[in-house]
Write a protein that binds this ligand. Structure first.
Ligand SMILES: Nc1ncnc2c1ncn2[C@@H]1O[C@H](COP(=O)(O)OP(=O)(O)OP(=O)(O)O)[C@@H](O)[C@H]1O
Length: 836
């Protein structure tokens, strides 16, 4: 009795202790606390900065007063009067930082502290690692440099230029490598700093070094020849102008820079394309040694200036096959294209937005485990089956008992005892896996009496998810062994989700979307959200300008209307075809290769090339759509599912009616990855998974994931509506793009008559009205017609084709509205009269 009271008290103390720790952690995570701490830290930095700056002017007067005294002594000394602007504290601090630590470069310390403060206040998004490296490198190398240069120039100053650190190392180095060595070292430091701060300088150095390589056999020496750089082109232009006035000696040794035209300036690219006028003169036997140095210098200065000026708008595109650079077109060396640049300040949602579920009392119930073990052994023994071992693995909602039967026992006998074991354990949702793939055991999954919620927070914050480098990472939940389950959507490449109503489908879809939002920048991924139920995805409308894609002129980005779904899916197939065309022209096979090439500026935007974000299409209640629109929906879905993988388009479709008329053979064949929540019958389970099992699940996010033949039981992560709301708000409040990602406009559905073959004698009754609408709005948009006359997409498309045939609007222009050729109503009425 006493013992149990003791134990109880101990438990209460432990739980109140853990409560206190949780309260402290929550306090430390609080955003306001971060902000206030940030202000304090920034102020500390400003104070230090002030004292160091003051030290440069007042240090001489204060030095004798603070030297060799502790801070305590100094503040207790009432007679002491220091001149430092930050008083005794400032004088003491700056004396230590400057004279004893890193000399004048100690000034980087307060800057770093201010930066830390701003970062805590979420005002600065500059990389912490970069800031730390710059500060450390600056202090170490700067103190040595200043000790060497300033220490020699002003040896009598009150400032110890390199601090104790700089002067001691400088002394050591000077003794070992001498003054010339020191000069070289200082030059090296300066060079590193210049390269770190100006990437273009690195390209200049590379170019200079490559160009100054002696090339004894022209371009054959194993180097890959490339097109001339912009800089070289300019250089040549000048040379051509100079040619006429060139002195005779220059004609004997035509500048070796011409040889350089055929030498590589950038690696791994195409053979040079030269205009006849640029052909090098006697390129084969010219060497740069003959070039007067000053001339080389002049020739290099100019182009660099140009590169910097034109940096934002020009690409290196002409370097690529399809990049569209005509022979002889200007080529410039630019930094890699940064797709995230437009939203470089974008911040991913924070962990605090996700709810932490109380798992404090989560303890393995050993009594339950042992009872279940005994019951399993007893039931099997009742049927004459002896086992040699039994092992339990406790998952969040399920415990897996793995048994090894004695030799000679048929597996099918155990499999047939599923219902008997379920009866003996009085549990629902028992599943027998006989045998466990690759384990040599038989698995019996038994639901826990006290199932735990797997929070989205726990899977998103897991190291596994944080460190994974998948293209489209999805953290779905936890496996039976409590491992976080992550997959790459690009590898699936499409996902079919099914489950009876209320079993966790919508939560599952939200978990997929949330994972992507936590990992992908708006520039890298767009989503098309289709929601015939109208309520599930509405919550994401705030992230429209960041992550959503929609048809041009469409008001809402979340698609709820069936006719719009057809239109959007047709548009997606067009986007898919357009992307294939781009990939083909870029001579690459996948979106990854394509984007890499685009980032390296080897594809010319002028030729239609663009950075391609992944597109994830999520359809909730896909069954509803098939029921209402049938083939019109099924066909584009099947087309996208068949082909879109390589161009970065992936689909996740969900249905609560996993019947064969909804999950048709075509759909099934193209969705190899399946997620099955609890279904009501074995037949439904077979329709989704091609196996039974989904009917034995326990609901509330319990699911089976299958890719190929392997079935994995997972407890789906739970993400609640308020959490999603917070995440969407967090993203929505940040600066986004001007509008949602525009999908291409499709003007006529497949199989319809092409413009030009339209019979104007058989005009739509709405033809005149539509023409007036288009001319008044001066906007050739199919969706405008659709909206104004409340007609379907196909009819509006046909009307638009008739308007094109009548010369009122121009041809389709992809995602942009068509041009309107008639500028006023008067001209239109005359034209309409002539058609009557
Ligand atoms: N992973 C989960 N963990 C814990 N509880 C869950 C989980 N998933 C769902 N639930 C519970 O089940 C309820 C229903 O889930 P959800 O709305 O996702 O079902 P659904 O399959 O989409 O239903 P419907 O098809 O009717 O929309 C949730 O409100 C929640 O209480």
């Amino acid at each position: 009795m006493a013992k149990s009271t003791k134990r109880k008290r101990k438990r209460t103390t432990t739980s109140s202790g853990s409560k206190r720790i949780r309260a402290i952690i929550a306090f430390l995570k609080n955003e306001r606390v971060h902000f206030i701490t940030g202000i304090l830290v920034a102020f500390l930095g400003i104070f230090t900065l002030l004292s160091i700056i003051s030290f440069f002017f007042t240090g001489a007067a204060d030095q004798s007063k603070v030297l060799n005294r502790s801070f305590l002594e100094l503040i207790q000394d009432k007679q002491l009067e220091v001149e430092n602007w930050a008083s005794t504290g400032g004088a003491f601090l700056s004396e230590i930082l400057v004279n004893r630590w890193f000399g004048i470069f100690s000034i980087l310390i307060p800057f770093f502290v201010i930066y830390l403060g701003l970062r805590m206040m979420k005002v600065s998004s500059f990389s912490f690692i970069k800031a730390l490296l710059i500060t450390a490198f600056g202090m170490i190398c700067g103190s040595i440099t200043s000790a060497f240069i300033l220490g020699h120039l002003f040896p009598r100053s009150h400032i110890n230029w390199g601090g104790a650190h700089g002067s001691q190392i400088e002394q050591l180095l000077e003794n070992s490598i001498g003054v010339p060595g020191m000069i070289l070292l200082v030059l090296l430091f300066i060079l590193i700093v210049v390269i770190l701060f100006r990437q273009s300088s690195m390209h200049r150095i590379q170019e200079t070094l490559i160009n100054s390589k002696p090339s004894f056999n022209g371009s054959k020496g194993g180097d890959i020849p490339v097109k001339p750089s912009y800089a070289e082109e300019e250089e040549r232009e000048e040379e051509r102008e100079e040619e006429a006035t060139k002195p005779a000696w220059r004609k004997i040794f035509p500048a070796s820079r011409k040889v350089k035209q055929e030498e590589p300036t950038l690696s791994g690219l195409e053979p040079p394309v030269q205009s006849p006028s640029l052909k090098p003169v006697e390129a084969h036997d010219n060497f740069e040694v003959f070039v007067p140095k000053d001339e080389l210098h002049v020739a290099e200065e100019k182009p660099v200036e140009k590169v910097e000026k034109t940096m934002p708008s020009v690409s290196n595109a002409a370097l690529d096959g399809d990049a569209g650079g005509e022979p002889g077109e200007d080529v410039e060396i630019l930094e890699d294209y940064d797709p995230k640049k437009d939203l470089s300040s974008f911040e991913f949602p924070t962990m605090e937005l996700l709810k932490v579920y109380n798992t404090g009392n989560r303890q393995v119930d050993m009594r339950e485990q042992n009872e279940n073990k005994d019951k399993i052994i007893r039931t099997l023994r009742n049927y004459g089956i002896e086992i040699t071992s039994i092992k339990a693995t406790v998952g969040p909602t399920i415990t897996l008992y793995e048994i090894v039967p004695q030799a000679g026992v048929r597996i099918s006998r155990i499999r047939n005892l599923e219902d008997d074991i379920a009866l003996s354990l009085s549990a629902l949702g028992i599943r027998i896996i006989a045998p466990m793939p690759g384990k040599g055991t038989i698995g019996i999954e038994v639901p826990n009496k006290d199932p735990q919620i797997v929070s989205m927070q726990s899977v998103i914050a897991s190291t596994k998810f944080q460190e994974c480098d998948y293209e489209l990472p999805v953290a779905l939940g936890k496996t039976i062994t409590n491992e976080v389950f992550i997959f790459d959507l690009t590898k699936m490449p499409h996902l079919l989700v099914a489950g009876a109503t209320g079993q966790g489908k919508s939560v599952g879809l939200n978990a997929i979307i949330t994972s992507l939002l936590y990992k992908k920048h708006p520039a890298e991924m767009k989503m098309v959200l289709i929601d015939p139920k109208m309520v599930e995805f509405n919550i994401y409308s705030t992230i429209e300008k960041h992550y959503l894609a929609k048809l041009p002129d469409e008001e809402k980005a979340i698609i709820t209307d069936v006719t719009k779904v057809t239109q959007t899916l047709n548009s997606l197939t067009k986007e898919m075809d357009d992307r294939y065309e781009l990939l083909m022209r870029a001579h690459v096979r996948t979106i990854k290769e394509y984007n890499e090439k685009f980032i390296k500026r080897r594809l010319n935007p002028k030729n239609g090339h663009r950075y391609l974000p992944y597109i994830v299409v999520v359809i909730d209640e896909f069954g509803d759509l098939i029921m209402t629109a049938g083939k019109e929906i099924e066909m584009p879905i099947a087309r996208i599912a068949q082909k879109a993988r390589a161009v970065g388009m992936h689909m996740v479709i969900a249905t609560q009616r996993p019947t064969t008329n909804i999950i048709t053979g075509t759909i099934k064949a193209n969705f190899p990855a399946r997620m099955a929540f609890r279904v009501t019958s074995q037949i439904d389970s077979r329709t989704i998974l091609d196996a039974t099992g989904a009917n034995q699940l326990i609901g509330r996010g319990d699911m089976l994931f299958s890719q190929g033949s392997n079935l994995i039981r997972i407890q789906c992560a739970f993400v609640d509506t308020p959490e999603i709301e917070d995440i969407s708000q967090y993203i929505g409040k940040q600066r986004g793009y001007e509008s949602a990602f525009a999908l291409p406009e499709v003007t006529s559905a497949e199989g319809e008559e092409k413009p030009g073959t339209v019979d104007l004698n058989d005009r739509d009754p709405l033809f005149d009205e539509a023409a007036r609408l288009i001319v008044i709005h001066q906007q050739g948009s199919t969706s405008l017609i659709q909206r104004k006359f409340s007609i379907g997409y196909n009819r509006a498309g046909r009307l638009m084709d008739q308007l094109e045939s009548a010369g009122i609007v121009g041809p389709t222009q992809g995602s942009k509205p068509r041009d309107v050729y008639i500028s006023d109503e008067y001209s239109l009425e005359k034209l309409l009269d002539s058609l009557r």
